[in-house]
Design a protein around this ligand. Structure first.
Ligand code: HEM
Length: 410
């Protein structure tokens, strides 16, 4: 009977018709798909993939599986600014644009540059923890997203591009609106808000870039200066490439990292024995962050399109087949992870796909790991008995998994 239910779940699965139960806990559906339809054809002809090995094979073969979204986004975004933005950012591009932009960005995110950010990050997190304590004493509870998790990546990415502190306030809302348009189903209102956010972001960045051209920063640590003056393969970025990749960078590091921290604090709260283990053995923080990334990946879905006839998981696909790669499902694939549904902060090895793999592997992963380790490590050391005071409010997105609000006492 149970097997039949699971087969039914797999048969009925649609990305455009998601229930509140699925949004709260997609993992039973992902398990059913992995078992019964790991290469699942959707109504629109695209395929939804849930097996670890299939995702790895796709990530490792960018020639047959393109990241370029110019064709795919046309019906959804038309000639809008959202279309221009998403089709110009490096995550949704192939060589040569991808190679040029990636070289410029990753040169500024070297292990040395990231190690140089550590002391500033510790200071920022400790100040936020002090403020949490005061706020909780004054108000009786705090919001772990608004008052803690979201404040960290805003500062980190703001510092990376050297955005003046008093100009950072709108960045988060712009970022949420632009990434929201990547959900499988986009309402007219979300489309409009997303377009407006790109327009406002561009107009802000044009001013910032003009100021930076007049007074360049140190390209070793200032990514904006690096993107303005830097050359890769003898070419600079065009003005449009520059604008859209600044927006992309600001977006890429925001919601994902906020959700890593929020998901981590909720998951540790829901697994008290694992939280106690971390409190007593703080040096487990590195493996704990990897496990949070695996167990509740903040970026759950990725996309590729076939460029030629190619086989995936035993099924031959024609060129121009759209694929959704389900990182959340691959990260719980029993063929790769022992007891995949168990949250185990000591898990090794843990070759999760939270940052994808291959040529598009997350360029900010070392920074995201450092942010997660410092934020969650110092939070649980300071507030070992933190408690949620209400059910956390989950965002309704399925590509980016996380919470809007987490009310807690510290
Ligand atoms: C927990 C936090 C993060 C997660 C889970 C995450 C996840 C990902 C994933 C899955 C991809 C690959 C998408 C694909 O090709 O399908 C990606 C790409 C990327 N990420 Fe992250 N990311 C995180 C934080 C960051 C941060 C902090 C930065 C920047 C400072 C960043 C910058 C980038 C960039 C530039 C790319 C594009 C790489 C390329 O296309 O070559 N990410 N990220």
């Amino acid at each position: 009977m149970r097997a039949k239910n699971s087969a039914d779940i797999a048969a009925e699965f649609s990305l455009l018709d998601l229930t509140p139960e699925f949004i709260a806990d997609p993992y039973p559906a992902y398990r059913a798909l992995r078992e019964h339809a790991p290469v699942k054809q959707m109504n629109n002809g695209s395929y939804f993939l849930t097996r670890y090995d299939d995702l790895i094979a796709i990530y490792k073969n960018p020639k047959s599986f393109s990241s370029d979204k110019k064709l795919e986004f046309k019906p959804k975004f038309g000639d809008s600014l959202l279309y221009e933005h998403h089709t110009t950012s490096l995550v949704f591009s192939d060589p040569p644009l991808h190679t040029r932009v990636r070289k410029l960005i990753s040169g500024a995110l070297t292990p040395r540059a990231i190690a140089g950010m550590e002391s500033g990050l510790i200071k920022l997190v400790d100040e936020l923890l002090d403020r949490l304590q005061t706020r909780c004493n004054d108000h009786g509870s705090v919001d772990l997203i608004e008052d803690f998790a979201s404040a960290i990546p805003i500062e980190v990415i703001g510092n990376l591009l050297d955005v003046p502190h008093n100009e950072r306030a709108p960045l988060r809302a712009w970022s949420l609106a632009i990434l929201g348009a990547l959900e499988p189903a986009v309402s007219a209102a979300a489309f409009e808000t997303g377009n407006l956010a790109v327009a406002e972001f561009i107009s802000y960045l044009e001013g910032l870039i003009a100021r930076r051209r007049e007074a360049p920063g140190n390209p070793e640590i200032d990514v904006l200066t690096r993107l303005i003056i830097g050359e890769a393969d003898g070419e600079k970025l065009t003005p449009k490439e520059l604008l859209h990749n600044c927006i992309f960078l600001l977006n890429a590091g925001h919601e994902t990292t906020t959700n890593l921290i929020g998901n981590g604090l909720v998951t540790l709260h829901d697994h008290p024995e694992q939280r106690a283990l971390l409190v007593h053995q703080p040096d487990l923080i590195k493996t704990a962050i990897e496990e949070i990334l695996r167990f509740e990946s903040s970026n759950q879905l990725g996309n590729r399109v076939t460029t030629e006839q190619v086989e995936v998981g035993g099924i031959m696909l024609p060129p121009q087949t759209q694929l959704t790669l389900c990182i959340g499902a691959a990260n719980r694939d029993p063929a790769q992870f022992e007891n995949p549904e168990t949250f185990d902060i000591q898990r090794t090895p843990n070759r999760h796909l939270a940052f994808a793999s291959g040529t598009h592997v997350c360029a900010g992963m070392s920074l995201a790991r450092l942010e997660g380790q410092i934020a969650i490590g110092r939070f649980v050391a300071r507030f070992p008995d933190y408690a949620l005071t209400a059910a956390p409010l989950r965002s309704q997105r399925i590509r980016f998994r996380g919470f809007y609000h987490i009310a807690a006492k510290v």
